[in-house]
Design a protein around this ligand. Sequence first.
Ligand SMILES: Nc1ncnc2c1ncn2[C@@H]1O[C@H](COP(=O)(O)OP(=O)(O)O)[C@@H](O)[C@H]1O
Ligand SMILES: [Mg+2]
Length: 228
Amino acid sequence: MSNLALSVRGLEKSFEMGGTVLPVLRSIDLDVEVGERIAIVGQSGSGKSTFLHVVGTLDHPTAGQVLIDNVDAFAHSAAQLDTLRNRHIGFVFQFHHLLPDQDAVQNVMIPALIGGELPSDARARAEILLARVGLGDRMRHRPGELSGGEQQRVALARALVRSPKLLLADEPTGNLDPDTAARMLDLMLELNEEIDTTLMVVTHSQALASRFPRRLDLEQGRFVEGTR
Ligand SMILES: Nc1ncnc2c1ncn2[C@@H]1O[C@H](COP(=O)(O)OP(=O)(O)O)[C@@H](O)[C@H]1O
Ligand SMILES: [Mg+2]
């Protein structure tokens, strides 16, 4: 059995709008090994978010397969897909999507509680992760009481609380100033090594992509493997 975190075969995604079909992803094949770090680069509107959402099983493909940890994701029921996503995939988005009424620890615990972990275990792991992302003294803060960079670090801790095989990030630093963005990226790369998760980032930023050993350019719905 291959050691692939993710395998994509013949992936297509179109949107239908008022009788017109808009093809966004056109026959994408991709293999990503466990532990790999990969940046997907494309202009605004090129389909980066669409790709990440389908790979992350938040949206269904029009055609093709997505294998996560060698499991054919879309061959399963909605409930099984939810379980697969909770178990194997962590997300960081451009905007943190934290729950405003919950403090940092509670936000980070949520995926672990959904996954059926004991609250005491979930809390312990959330606290360890928050300390690791430098927020040991911000555990009781709610999102509105945190800076933008701190909010994104909470979101990163939440994405990692289930020790996912795949960490997917959609413009994770797009809303941060350059210094804060650089620190956030450093942290993601460090944690990718420490936790041995696979990191896939989509971005329009060449500077961000230059920090990744593997780069794919999304052009006209297809990937072009970058050369460097
Ligand atoms: N739910 C949707 N319905 C219709 N069109 C969509 C939908 N989501 C995205 N699109 C279209 O797909 C294209 C790619 O969008 P997106 O994946 O968000 O690009 P990116 O993240 O690279 O900026 C855009 O032209 C966008 O308008
Ligand atoms: Mg996008």
